[in-house]
Write a protein that binds this ligand. Structure first.
Ligand code: COA
Length: 324
């Protein structure tokens, strides 16, 4: 019994924040942002639109593409670092808003690797006999972004991507997975306040502790190693080589991380999914968006080997290898 992706969809908010806009907000330049990160613009959700609203729109497109209805779903998993609330989970909010049956619904927190972690958890349930699992990556990172911190505010954007995972007897779908985490790096990319370690207070707000904090150059070094390791491990498990990969979809954090990963794998950039130029780093949403774009543009065809790799807060990292 294999698990395959039967439909994909994504949604981005309409509002665009360009590098030129950011030049007016912090001491930066379009040229610096483009050359150091590869980002040109990103999307920003409206203040009254929560993450679950982006998730719903992506989910509806994925359901349509898989030609199933919300009633057919047997499980909903949402990967997010920016849920609507601590609880209920964003997945429960999505379950109700979609009009799905009373099915198991829960969130996964694994930073930017969240959607791949979720996909792998869903695969486990498919092997147990479940079918039609909705796997969403949805984020509103701009709502935890400090727009006075030039080292982070240039990177982040809002978006959602979704896929429907189905059961099949055919030789297709997920071929191998690999996951890892190292919590000793936690303080290199984190949001200090709001949880039990530092509950919200006037002081935590005055000290800007409810924003994402990152030591970018330290994160960078580990990210390149971890993304390569993830691709290498999933290929090894499936007895395949980088040359067999028709399309590589890496998490979208920085074009230089993506280029370094592709170079180490000897995969040319025209076989690599890129959306960070338009959307920035959308965390758990970046890979399903790229997958949807590649399917829609015909870059992925039936039978192709697709390699998905991610890296994120935790640190977490991992990969999923698929036969489309
Ligand atoms: N505009 C202009 N200058 C900037 C800037 C900005 N937006 N942000 C930082 N700088 C400056 C720094 O202050 C520093 O100046 P200094 O040399 O005078 O001290 C200089 O640029 C270099 O900073 P550094 O942090 O070393 O830059 P970098 O080349 O590593 O690029 C990032 C910064 C954040 C783009 C890059 O490190 C990155 O993308 N890291 C990984 C992020 C990531 O993967 N995050 C999420 C994981 S899911």
């Amino acid at each position: 019994m294999n698990a395959y992706i039967a439909g994909v969809g994504h949604h981005v908010p309409d509002k665009v924040l360009t590098n030129t806009d950011l030049e007016k907000m912090v001491d930066t330049s379009d040229e610096w942002i483009r050359t150091r990160s590869g980002i040109i613009e990103r999307r920003v959700s409206e203040p009254d639109i929560p993450t679950s609203d982006l998730a719903i729109l992506a989910a509806q497109r994925a359901l349509k593409s898989a030609k199933i209805s919300p009633k057919d779903l047997q499980m909903i998993i949402v990967a997010t670092a920016t849920p609507d609330m601590f609880f209920p989970s964003t997945a429960c909010l999505v379950q109700a808003k979609l009009g799905a049956r009373k099915i198991m619904s829960f969130d996964i927190g694994a930073g930017c690797s969240g959607w791949l972690y979720a996909l792998s958890v869903a695969e486990g349930f498919i092997k147990k006999g479940y079918d039609n699992i909705l796997v969403i990556g949805a984020e509103e990172l701009t709502k935890i972004t400090d727009y006075t911190d030039r080292s982070t505010c240039i990177l982040l954007g809002d978006a959602a991507g979704a896929a429907i995972l189905k059961r099949t007897d055919e030789d297709r779908g997920i071929l191998s997975t690999y996951f890892a985490a190292d919590g000793s790096y936690g303080d290199l990319l984190y949001m200090p306040a709001g949880g039990t370690r530092m509950p919200p207070s006037h002081e935590s707000i005055d000290n800007k502790m409810h924003y994402l904090k990152m030591q970018g150059n330290e994160v960078f070094k580990v990210a390149v190693r971890a993304m390569y390791e993830s691709a290498h491990e999933v290929l090894k498990k499936a007895h395949l080589k980088p040359g067999d990969v028709a399309f590589l979809i890496p998490h979208q954090a920085n074009i230089r991380i993506i280029e370094a990963t592709a170079k180490r794998l000897h995969i040319p950039m025209d076989r690599v999914g890129i959306n960070l130029d338009r959307y920035g780093n959308t965390s758990a949403a970046s890979i399903p968006i790229s997958l949807d774009e590649a399917v829609q543009s015909g870059k992925i065809k039936k039978g192709d080997i697709i390699c998905l790799v991610a890296f994120g807060a935790g640190f977490t990292w991992g990969g999923v290898l698929l036969r489309w």
